[in-house]
Design a protein around this ligand. Sequence first.
Ligand SMILES: O=P(O)(O)OC[C@H]1O[C@H](OP(=O)(O)OP(=O)(O)O)[C@H](O)[C@@H]1O
Ligand SMILES: O=c1cc[nH]c(=O)[nH]1
Ligand SMILES: [Mg+2]
Length: 214
Amino acid sequence: MFVLTQQPSVANHFLAELRDVDVQQDRMKFRRNLERMGELLAYEISKSLPYRQAQVTTPLGIAQTRLLRQAPVLATILRASLPFHQGFLNIFDQADNAFIGAYRGHHIGEEDFQVEMDYITAPDLQDRTLILMDPMLATGRSIEKVYHALLRFGIPAQTHIAAVIASPEGVKYLQSRMPECRLWIGAIDEKLDPHYYIVPGLGDAGDLSFGAKV
Ligand SMILES: O=P(O)(O)OC[C@H]1O[C@H](OP(=O)(O)OP(=O)(O)O)[C@H](O)[C@@H]1O
Ligand SMILES: O=c1cc[nH]c(=O)[nH]1
Ligand SMILES: [Mg+2]
């Protein structure tokens, strides 16, 4: 598992702004910081992907280079992950994309939730590099359900899971249920609260990006 903020870098600034109860009220800045975290995590993941030797013709000669063997597939869970996804797309600019409509559905008066999934679209995933992302990895149930639904589109050669903030419980859950996937996390926080929100976390990433939903 890779944890971005375990090293000193500007990622810590972006994450601090995402968490700050005052700064996060600026929706444009909040979305942009999720996007910047996506850009940084995408760059880190890019170092682990397969490359091929290539040549590029410059005005003065031939330069040796390394190019990605194949663009990855970026899979994102609506709605909170849209800005994070854009950050990945800024780096993997020729990626194929998958979108999944999934959310934590609550029954009135109950703390527990069911992951509701009502939309999924993906390219052929057989032998591809799949990057499945969601800014918040709380219990891990959303990512697990979506990952197994995506496998209907083919078995990826490798799968990377990216999140901005994870709970220790969510990390453990995914490591036990999906040991074949590699985790790339911005920060791992203390715990989940009784409503399954990450503490200290940042609050509700979907609402902060796009406004409260009823
Ligand atoms: O790890 P889990 O416990 O499954 O929780 C994480 C999920 O919760 C949030 O989405 P939410 O259901 O709030 O939907 P939203 O994107 O519409 O806000 C978040 O973006 C994840 O998809
Ligand atoms: O802490 C959390 C957990 C799930 N979804 C969020 O947006 N925040
Ligand atoms: Mg939400």
